[in-house]
Design a protein around this ligand. Structure first.
Ligand code: PEP
Ligand code: MN
Length: 338
């Protein structure tokens, strides 16, 4: 249930509404907007008559949320969430571009890529130091050394850092170096880990699971939000279907669907979604056209020798071309590239 207060409601009246909700056994999450305060009442109280809240002074509206997720829903928060990441806003009118290699491989590699993506207009450097690989024998990432290199390269070229954290034991370490914690597709339903991330101090990019429905994905976001971390972004990275011509099937439709259902920013990852270099640019264009709040793209200075995902990584020149094209598309729909 969501309680929307009247404009001009006093703090005392809000406190009274919260007190009554607590009395009925609800947990209350408060979201203070410019004109109105919205209270999310979480909990199942079968005998509760919502008119008891409707009658309280200062209450404008009581809405029953039918979705199983509450804090992630647009009913709870009507305006889109905008997160300020060291002065860079994600979720507003500007579309943010994150780019970099699949994995951090060496100092030379990450500095070279950071330089080229920043020159082309990316604002956030991506790259994995801890890699979730299908094979235990494949390159697993450089670990803390990779985090250090990434931070140094990002700082040199005025970029923020996004990198994957794979389990609870890595959260504190990764938080020292990263601005955004990426949660991989394979971890989307690791519920104990999602609860741990609710206590993390950095914003989260939650990738969609390989075979997750939009509702399951939003429920996973709900775990993090209900744990106390309000800064969750979603990332469409392709899902597994019967199609084998592409690595995954990019669900472009998920972008407007999520935007209708949730206030959380949505980022698109055309690289993992399509998995083939020459088709990444068209999918990046489609993502921006569909309304994504950002795109995350793999770029490599020498993709043919990359330690992971070389075949889907753009050459720096291709990335510059992509930036030019998505800039035009963003403008066509009244947005711009950050
Ligand atoms: C990645 O971003 O390199 C990655 C492993 O992504 P995903 O979890 O979406 O497969
Ligand atoms: Mn990758």
């Amino acid at each position: 249930m969501v309680v929307v207060t009247e404009p001009g409601v006093t703090e005392k009246q809000i406190e009274e509404i919260i007190r009554v909700l607590h009395e009925h056994g609800f947990d209350v999450h408060r979201s203070t907007g410019i004109r109105q305060t919205v209270l999310g009442a979480i909990g199942v109280q079968p005998d509760f008559d919502h008119r008891q809240i409707q009658l309280l002074t200062g209450v404008a509206e009581v809405l029953r949320i039918t979705e199983p997720y509450k804090l992630a829903s647009r009913t709870f928060k009507r305006e889109g969430s905008v997160f300020d990441i060291g002065g860079l806003k994600i979720g507003g009118n500007e579309v943010v571009v994150m780019a970099g290699p699949c994995s951090v491989e060496s100092e030379k590699q990450i500095f070279s890529i950071a330089e080229s993506v920043s020159k082309a207009g990316a604002k956030i450097l991506r790259g994995g130091a801890f890699k979730p690989r299908t094979s235990p024998y494949a390159f697993q990432g450089m670990g803390e050394e990779g985090l250090k290199l990434m931070r140094a390269a990002a700082d040199q070229y005025g970029l923020k850092v996004i990198t994957e954290v794979m389990d609870k034991s890595q959260i504190a370490l990764v938080e020292q170096y990263a601005d955004i914690l990426q949660i991989g597709a394979r971890n989307m339903q690791n519920f104990t880990f999602l609860r741990d991330l609710g206590k993390a101090s950095k914003p989260i990019l939650l990738k969609r699971g390989l075979a997750a429905t939009i509702e399951e994905w939003l429920m996973s976001a709900e775990y993090i939000l209900s744990g106390g971390n309000q800064q969750v972004m979603l990332c469409e990275r392709g899902i597994r279907t019967f199609e084998t011509a592409t690595r995954n099937t990019m669900d472009i439709g998920a972008i407007p669907v999520v935007q209708k259902k949730s206030h959380l920013p949505i980022i698109a990852d055309p690289s993992h979604a399509i998995g083939i270099r020459d088709k990444v640019i068209p999918m990046a264009r489609a993502s921006v056209a569909a309304g994504a709040d950002g795109i995350i793209v793999e770029v490599h200075n020498d993709p043919d020798h990359a330690k992971s995902d070389g075949a889907q990584s753009l050459f720096p020149d291709q990335f510059s071309q992509m930036m030019k094209e998505v800039t035009i598309i963003a403008e066509a729909i009244g947005r711009k590239i950050a």
